[in-house]
Design a binder for this molecule. Sequence first.
Ligand code: NAD
Ligand code: WQD
Length: 342
Amino acid sequence: MNVLVTGGAGYIGSHTVLSLLENDCNVIVFDNLFNSNLESIKRVENLTGKSVHFIQGDIRDKSQLKSLFSQNNIDTVIHFAALKAVGESGQIPLAYYQNNVHGSVCLLEVMAEHNVHNFIFSSSATVYGEENDVPYVETMKLGTPSSPYGATKVMVERIMADTAASNPDFRGVSLRYFNPIGAHESGQIGESPKGIPNNLLPYVAQVMVGKREKLSVFGDDYPTKDGTCERDYLHVMDLAEGHVAAMNWLTRHPAFTGVEAFNLGTGNGVSVFEIVSAFELAVKKAIPYEVSPRRAGDLPAFWANAEKANKQLNWKATRTLQQMMEDTWRWQSANPNGYDKE
Ligand code: NAD
Ligand code: WQD
């Protein structure tokens, strides 16, 4: 199986590339390295003893994509490449629509020209918006996400549906991730955010390693079990294996055409304070934190109904919250600056 992984040098992409190699796939990574470092791919190669065909390029560059598809016999595309900072997407929305929506259209066009029809897309729980009750289930109507970033995910899902309606060969899978955290158990690859982390776990990890003074807990007056927001955190290796499961599902269903969406989550809501306690237990040290005002756009609580993926993909998130914390810490303490030298 020859798999093209766009954005494969990034956080989720690099862990997925590792899983794909372990499942005997040939992997081509296409990434512009805007938010990643080639070191992730080198480490994946070291960990697996297998090589990755890396091409530095941008999904909006159709001529480069065309030569890639002409020169390689690609069976399946796993499409991670996107900008992903929710707050930033409100400041530079056009860059997000350009990169995430236009980039996906370029990729789908070139795939169609080369008769490649298997497409696995990185979607997000954010597509359920504010309107839906929890837990989120795939049969719900998509909502209105609170950010341009979220809107790009809804738009690409719509583009996939329209592509399927017009192309009887198209085989799309939309994987709606909840909150991926953690790192490969080796501590060799993990999340390496540029600048100040936007997400909870990388921030906590940087506080613990002494790079940041203290964590700000964004609000403790939500209508939740302890007043802080609840999310469905899942281990990034479980998520990576979800992509292999989706690919295998496509293989097991040769007659399938259309688009199918799957939630990838654990099905459990975990609060910010529970994350703080679990991380403290993993590191055996207290985390300095203060409670600060709510962050605009945060929903109080959401988690997945993951039964569809459990049953149909034969996939389940199995790693525990404590493993997520321990693996995050193994990665962060061994690589305090991520993949950057200093
Ligand atoms: P990441 O930033 O680590 O990885 C994205 C990769 O895509 C990076 O390596 C970046 O350099 C590359 N890229 C961006 N624009 C590109 C372009 N135009 N051409 C080629 N390469 C490009 O992010 P991640 O956390 O690994 O997320 C991967 C995907 O999963 C994204 O689509 C993201 O929106 C989605 N997602 C992430 C989360 C999360 O919490 N991390 C949750 C839900 C969905
Ligand atoms: C988790 C919780 C914060 C930082 C975002 C995107 C979502 C998806 C995953 C891509 C929240 C709290 C955070 C901090 C805090 N990405 N927090 N202090 O907001 O659930 O989801 O990333 O698709 O689309 O919206 O994740 O990690 O930012 O926040 O208290 O310094 O931690 O308020 O309750 P979120 P997060």
